[in-house]
Write a protein that binds this ligand. Sequence first.
Ligand SMILES: Cc1ncc(COP(=O)(O)O)c(C=O)c1O
Length: 384
Amino acid sequence: MEQQRDKFNLKEGVSYINCAYMGPLLRSSEEKGIEGLKRKRNPFEVSQEDFFKDIAVVKELFGELVNAPASQIALFPSVSYGFSSVLNNLSSDGKTEAIVVSNEFPSGYFSAKSWCEKHDCNLNVIEPQTISSRNQKWSDDIIASINKQTAFVLISSVHWMDGTKFDLEKIGATCKQLGAKLLIDGTQSVGALPMDVQKFQIDALVCATYKWLFGPYSSAIGYISPSFEKGIPLEESWMNRTNAYDFSLLTNYEDAYVEGAGRYNMGESNDFIKMPILIASFQQILEWKPAEIQAYCQKLVQPIVAFFEENGIHIEDEKYQAQHLIGFKLEGKFQSEQLFEDLKVAQIFLSFRGDFLRISPNVYNTEEDMLKLLQVLRKNLIVA
Ligand SMILES: Cc1ncc(COP(=O)(O)O)c(C=O)c1O
């Protein structure tokens, strides 16, 4: 894959290596969003069918991205909403604990914590080890912690601070074997890394779309497995009932929800601006293919990884380290204040999260962006 900067409207001269913060809008998505906005000029052109059309396409496309049927996909306004929808329908069944990892993103952490408080269960927070194979050991420790008392494991597919790639296949298999649910926050990987809810035996996957999925803000999407099919949604949208398609019959109140995960869709889910944006973005990602995007990011970060290795900054093997999101600790290795100043002057955008400086490129980044970053890193390295 070649760099794709011309597919975006990014400002000239800026090295935006911060997709983990917010993905830029694709030109194609921007156009579709504006068209969607303009439709409101003439409401008489919006038909009843239009209230259900685009969302159906969004579900198909996202299903293709994560290997799930469209019927099991639901739209939410946020990740926290998605997790609450699922956890509200999970009983403890005599189990006594849930598992998260340390520094999990707050939307997931608080969802798990609140469930534990409600069900009088223990929240087991798995810490990483400070050894060279930290990421691999972290997955091993999660797996070793799952037992018959575990109600669920809630983790991100890729840790949002340092890009640890959890071994979802083994974690999923262990969850299934011991009767625990696996709930995944895919926000920091879906779009840039292949995802397969069947292979990983995931019970619920929730992703904010405004990062690696090039979606708008206030938009999340997820897969909810058939095991939650009888659940109670957070809200009672008319759109999720089987009679919603005929507006003249809406008050023939229909108790039945639409099939699959349809009951969990947020109200007014077929947003006339956001859905066209998502369609264009998902189509583009599917055309590029997440595996190719990952390979492109690997090529981009290669000189940085080599520089880290030369200077004793450990980065894990690709199996346990995302290539589109690499967090490294500055501690003792870099002149932090000057580094931040130089990044600013060079118009290089990264994020600092926890103890980690986070490099998160995507297909609009170029070799030049990375060489510019390398130069700044080299300049601020504290030579022992
Ligand atoms: C891992 C992860 N999950 C979720 C979110 C966003 O959560 P929410 O949609 O609840 O605001 C972010 C935002 O940075 C994130 O990094």
